[in-house]
Every structure is written in C-alpha cells, then in structure tokens.
Design a protein around this ligand. Structure first.
Ligand SMILES: *[C@@H]1O[C@H](CO)[C@@H](O)[C@H](O)[C@H]1NC(C)=O
Ligand SMILES: *[C@@H]1O[C@H](CO)[C@@H](O)[C@H](O)[C@H]1NC(C)=O
Ligand SMILES: *[C@@H]1O[C@H](CO)[C@@H](O)[C@H](O)[C@H]1NC(C)=O
Length: 319
C-alpha cells in the first residue's frame, strides 16, 4: 500500500474501533460528606414488608444514626433498644435527583456486616415499579458472604450473564417470570467473599462499587481497597472500558432504555421482610439464635452495632 493509504486505513480503523463513550466527563451529581444528607429524602412511611421503623432526618440525627465526618458519612441502625417490638429503627435514603443512564461510583469504607436479620441494599428504582425498572447494585441478607446483583423489570427482558466474572443465578428480569421465585428478577452473584458484608469491610476498609448503565448494558464492578484500583476510577474522567470485565454483566434481549427510566438512588438497611424473613431457616447460624427473624431483630440490639454504612463519596457521571 502507498503510505497515504496506510495512514488513511489506520485512521479509519481507529475511528471504527473507538467506543461510543470513551470515558465520562460530565459529573451530574457529586455527593460529599458535607452535602450528602441534604441531597436525599428520608423515607418514613411504615413499610408493608420488613420489621423496621424508618426515621426522619431529624430523628435519625438526634439518635446519632446519621453522622457527618470530614471524610465520610455514617448511616447506622438502632443498636440499643432492647425490645424493639414494632420493628428496629433504621434509615432509608432516596436521592432527590433522578438518573437515566450514566456511571454511578460509590466509594465506601464500610457496609452493614453480614448480620442475621439484616437486609441492606444500595440500589436504584424508577416510579411505578416494575415498569421503570430496579437495579440492585449491593444487596444481601443475613450472613451472606457474597454480593447479589439484580435487575427487576416488567415482562420482556432477559440477560445471558456472559462477559462478567460473577455467576448467573436467574436470567429473566421479569418480576413475574415463570419458573423463578416471585420478584426474583435476573440475578448475578459475585464469587469473591470480599464483595459483601464482613469480607468487604475487612479488605483494607471497603472499596468502590461502580455501575455503568447505558443503552446496551448495565455493568457492575467492585474494587476492594486492598486490590489494585485503576487510577481513573476516583478521578475526574473515569473510563470503564479500560477496567476489564465487570462482576455483574447484564446484557441480552432487553430494551434497556425502555425498561429502566428515571431512577433514584436508594440506600437502606431493612430487617427481615420478603427476602430476609422468608429465608431465616435456610441460615443455620441465624436459626440457632432465635426461631424467627423478627424475634432476633426485636431482642438483640447488640447484634447490629456493625450494621452501618460509611460512605466517602458518591458520584454520578452522565453520558
Ligand atoms: C429496603 O430495601 C429492600 C432491599 O432492596 C427493598 O426490597 C425494600 O423494598 C426496601 N424497603 C422499603 C420500605 O423501601
Ligand atoms: C450504635 O449506634 C449508634 C447510633 O447509630 C452509633 O453512634 C454507635 O457508633 C453504634 N455502635 C457501634 C459499636 O457501632
Ligand atoms: C483484598 O482483596 C484483594 C483482591 O481480591 C486481595 O488480593 C487482597 O489480599 C485482599 N486484602 C485483604 C486485606 O484481605
């Protein structure tokens, strides 16, 4: 080939190979310790499921269950009430801002440890569930050792799980899918025990969870603090296409733009309820303590000292 043609061909190949979104540059929302609690609503309605009392911002602050430090915020639960007969106090935060597509980067030092009775989650949710979807980024119950990630949608969305390091549990994201448990959705489990609870907290003080949501896929990575974290993850221009395979790869026969719309970020620690309450007897360590999930949560405040989130930052980049 003539040199000009070689140069032209090389340029063309680069253009063709360039990903549609090389990196993210627009910081849509930045939650820091000083602004964190002013950018979330505190959900206080009595939940129909879950043995929990969600507190208002004023009550949570008065009881020391939300606290602001120079480098992090603390979000805890009631660890002192001896007989929490109508449910243990906790906090459920819901972002005022809504998001559609983008990159959500959560840097945390601590999440609720794998404690019997707890069901903590960091997730996103659209209105009119399940029609605008739900993305569960960090979730687990009781003494689970690995993180469980999931999508919940209306009918007509399935994933293959291919391309991620996690293991596919269920492939149909439809909350009413035949052959799956009620509201199971499509789920992927992490395989490493430093992805959730005590294992995550022990790994050099937490780590980072990053979720990339675009029209083609939803990918979830986590980087334990004790591992090599790509420098750009916490920088101004994160470039997820350079991070290697995610743990959770959600892609398949699913129109993501149609199924996932205008989400709020939610952080909550609930107790018992639909998932945690129903599987109590599948967790022998928990069952040995009390016959039911509610009884354990009611009677053992000391068990929940480690059921707190300590978050350094949360940033959402738009695409
Ligand atoms: C709290 O979190 C769990 C876990 O994601 C969720 O299923 C539940 O609906 C939440 N509770 C409330 C009242 O929002
Ligand atoms: C118990 O909860 C309170 C309020 O959330 C908190 O200030 C305290 O640090 C917790 N105790 C432990 C040991 O974490
Ligand atoms: C943290 O996780 C990384 C990656 O899995 C591992 O190499 C490292 O040994 C862990 N560190 C601690 C303190 O557990």
């Amino acid at each position: 080939m003539k040199p000009q043609l070689v140069a032209f061909t090389a340029t063309l190949l680069c253009l063709l190979a360039a990903p549609a979104e090389a990196y993210y540059t627009v910081l849509q929302e930045s939650y820091t310790p000083s602004n964190f609690f002013s950018k979330f609503n505190f959900y206080t309605a009595y939940p129909t499921h879950g043995f929990v009392q969600y507190l208002s911002k004023a009550d949570a602050a008065a009881r020391g269950m939300i606290r602001t430090f120079p480098d992090a915020v603390y979000i805890g639960v009631d660890n002192t009430t001896a007989n929490a007969f109508s449910g243990r106090a906790s906090v459920r935060l819901e972002s005022m801002a809504t998001f559609q597509r983008g990159l959500i980067i959560l840097d945390l030092e601590h999440m609720p440890g794998g404690i019997c009775g707890t069901w903590p989650a960091f997730w996103t949710l659209g209105d009119d569930w399940p029609n605008n979807g739900e993305i569960d980024i960090i979730e687990g119950v009781h003494d689970n050792a690995v993180n469980s990630m999931a999508l919940h949608t209306s009918a007509g969305c399935t994933i293959t799980g291919a391309g991620g390091t996690g293991s596919l549990t269920t492939s149909n994201c439809d909350v009413n899918a035949a052959g799956q448990g009620p509201n199971q959705g499509c789920a992927i489990s992490a395989t490493c025990t430093n992805s959730y609870g005590d294992g995550f907290n022990a790994n050099g003080s937490g780590g980072i969870y990053a979720t990339e949501w675009n029209s083609a896929f939803i990918k979830i990575w986590y980087f334990p603090r004790g591992s090599v974290i790509p420098a750009d993850v916490l920088g101004p221009n994160p470039a997820p296409e350079t991070w290697g395979p995610p743990v959770g790869m959600f892609q398949g026969a699913c129109n993501i733009d149609q199924k996932f719309r205008k989400h709020r970020i939610i952080i909550n620690t609930t107790f018992c309820g639909d998932w945690a309450g129903n599987v109590w007897s599948d967790h022998p360590n928990c069952l040995a303590k009390e016959p039911t999930c509610n009884a354990f949560v009611q009677n053992h405040p000391e068990a929940f000292a480690d059921a707190y989130w300590r978050i350094k930052s949360l940033r959402v980049f738009s695409s």
